[in-house]
Design a binder for this molecule. Structure first.
Ligand SMILES: [Fe+2]
Ligand SMILES: [Fe+2]
Length: 245
């Protein structure tokens, strides 16, 4: 058996224990497997397909808040917390502290590829437009140094992507657009405080930012995902990542 086959067998065994059948979205496995090949259907043995909470995940409150998503659905967020604390230490505007706290939430809990755009879209309905704008463009700005403002091309990127990596034309276009925009510095400040080598000895608690979030994030009364905003469905998908439909 290949590693992938072994992983699939283990997963199959695990799903057998569930009362409902769980089917994965194409994007979860695209690349690991060829998305054009029909996904083998799990033997459902008369079981229903999951259309509710995934029993393998911690239960979310009925009206989830942004901090509930951090607690129950996002991966480890030390990078975000440490970036926000650094921004605070550097004395930036509180709005930018919030931007630093949220700049990579797509990586933390949704989709990694094009994370700046996804993060911005998740947040757009709930934050000042300058905050989501800054988050959208930080992805592109990370690839372009601005030494006059204290931002150098990250050594980590050279290590991760190689000396010869050249950002794709859409990233270069985004950069040019951002460079000439009145909010350029807000986005640049995210990159300046974007710690790429975080310190495992520094503990930052999410609760330190409760007030910043309270002041600058418009938490919908119905709960994130249930408020009919243009990105509510994205929050619902993070809440219920394995629903059949
Ligand atoms: Fe980022
Ligand atoms: Fe980051």
């Amino acid at each position: 058996m290949t590693t992938l086959q072994r992983a699939e067998a283990a997963e199959h065994a695990l799903s057998q224990e569930l009362d409902q059948v769980v089917v994965k979205s194409v994007i979860y496995t695209s690349g690991e497997r060829d998305p054009r090949v029909a996904m083998p259907r799990p033997a459902d043995q008369g079981k229903r397909y999951l259309m509710a909470d995934d029993p393998r995940l911690p239960k979310m409150p009925a009206k989830p808040t942004l901090l509930d998503f951090f607690r129950y659905r996002f991966g480890p967020s030390a990078h975000l917390l440490q970036s926000a604390r650094l921004a605070q230490k550097n004395g930036v505007d509180e709005k930018i502290v919030l931007a630093c706290l949220l700049h990579d939430i797509a990586i933390a809990g949704f989709i990694r590829s094009d994370h700046g755009y996804w993060s911005a879209q998740l947040l757009e309905s709930y934050v000042d437009p300058e905050v989501s704008w800054a988050i959208r463009y930080h992805q592109a700005l990370r690839f372009f140094p601005d030494e006059a403002n204290g931002y150098r091309y990250p050594e980590l990127y050279t290590k991760l992507f190689g000396e010869d990596y050249v950002p794709e034309p859409y990233i270069q276009e985004s950069y040019r657009h951002a460079r000439d925009h009145k909010w350029y510095m807000s986005s640049r400040l995210i990159t300046i405080n974007d710690l790429y080598a975080f310190d495992p000895s520094v503990q930052v608690e999410l609760e330190e930012f409760t007030d910043v979030v309270g002041r600058h994030f418009k938490q919908p009364a119905e709960g994130l995902g249930f408020d009919q905003s243009p990105s509510a469905h994205m929050w619902r998908t993070i809440n219920w990542p394995t629903r059949y439909l």
